[in-house]
Design a protein around this ligand. Sequence first.
Ligand code: LLP
Length: 399
Amino acid sequence: MNVSQINELARRYGTPLFVYEGRKIKEHLGILQKTFKPVKGEIFYAMKANPRLAILRSFRKAGVGIEAVSWGEVRTALGAGYKGRDILFNGNGKTESEVDSAVQQGVEWFNFDALDQLDILEWVAKKHKRKLYALLRAKPEIKSVTHPHLAVGERGSKFGFLRGEIPEILRYAKKLKYALLSGLHTHFGSQILNVAPFLQAARFSRDLFEEIRQEGFPMEMLDLGGGFGIPYAEKDTSLDFKALTEGYREVLAGFRGRVVFEPGRFLVGSAGVLLTRVVSVKRGPGGDFLVLDAGMTENIRPALYGARHRIVSIDDARLMIDYTVVGPVCENSDCFGNFKLPEMRRGDLVLILDSGAYGSSMGSIYNSRPRPAEVLVLDGKLSLIRKRDSLPSLWMGET
Ligand code: LLP
């Protein structure tokens, strides 16, 4: 995008505005397809990263499945044209009614994190006189690879079973007639930029999968989760996909069964920017604050995970100044960090980069702030894919 296109978008749709580039989504999909090809890995997009219908439709057309974690997500994927059989339903707190609704729509694969969750699968399957396929979620116990909020494969995590708990789970699962234990699921964390933990988790999963198969279960799917990171901060490096490809090839050589991955962030994160306007420049003894019209309501990642997203001006031809960049929300944590930027004036536009994943999807209406509009540029065509919230919709909910 050039400066005049950016100005035009801001004029037409207002700010803040999420802008996604379909070309970058395709490019990143291509990188993962190439990485998983030697192990015939299937991709199920973790739609929690960005659930916009237009984005889901483009994945559907590319032959990508869906990883959903609530009935709301399953329903959204169906709305984008997905069939139940292309949706994998994960989550540690699925209700009976959510599972029931999903089964009625043809969803067949569910993970489980607890025995009562497996019970729900059995009851619902029995009620519909159908077989369901259950994926046991295991904790590979991989330590400190990412921010503690995102490290979900560790001992104390609410997700999955520890190795030592598994024999009992298997004894229990053996008695079930409708929910068939047919797969193993691991997802140990998110925003991971090193290759080693992915391979460590893959080795753990492969071995455990084979052990469960030896116990006589009809093991079919090895789901290795998501977690593939993107460079956000200036100092971040990219994941080494060549090493990952080689590693998976080696770890999964001779593996019999379906290999599945659930990437979210990597597919959409770098494809989105948050276009925002400077609403105030506050000079003072404590430094210069640059106040944007976007904040933690549009991107909670800095406040929640201490994340740093690069922020750039659309006009670099000015003197560079140190700013603390903040949003307009009434919280001190509504802060994007310190940045050197060209001298800013009220009304100037800046871009918050890598905002395609977990920006809009984690957005809130705190301070009665309407959620921004979102646009997608795909095959040279610009479309409005979500309207800005109207205030009445915040008061009453959509009708
Ligand atoms: N599979 C499972 C079971 C997951 O829990 C997640 C993410 C994914 C796949 C996709 O992970 P990804 O490829 O996107 O890393 N809000 C946080 C990220 C939370 C991720 C939650 N689970 C953030 O903004 O960094």
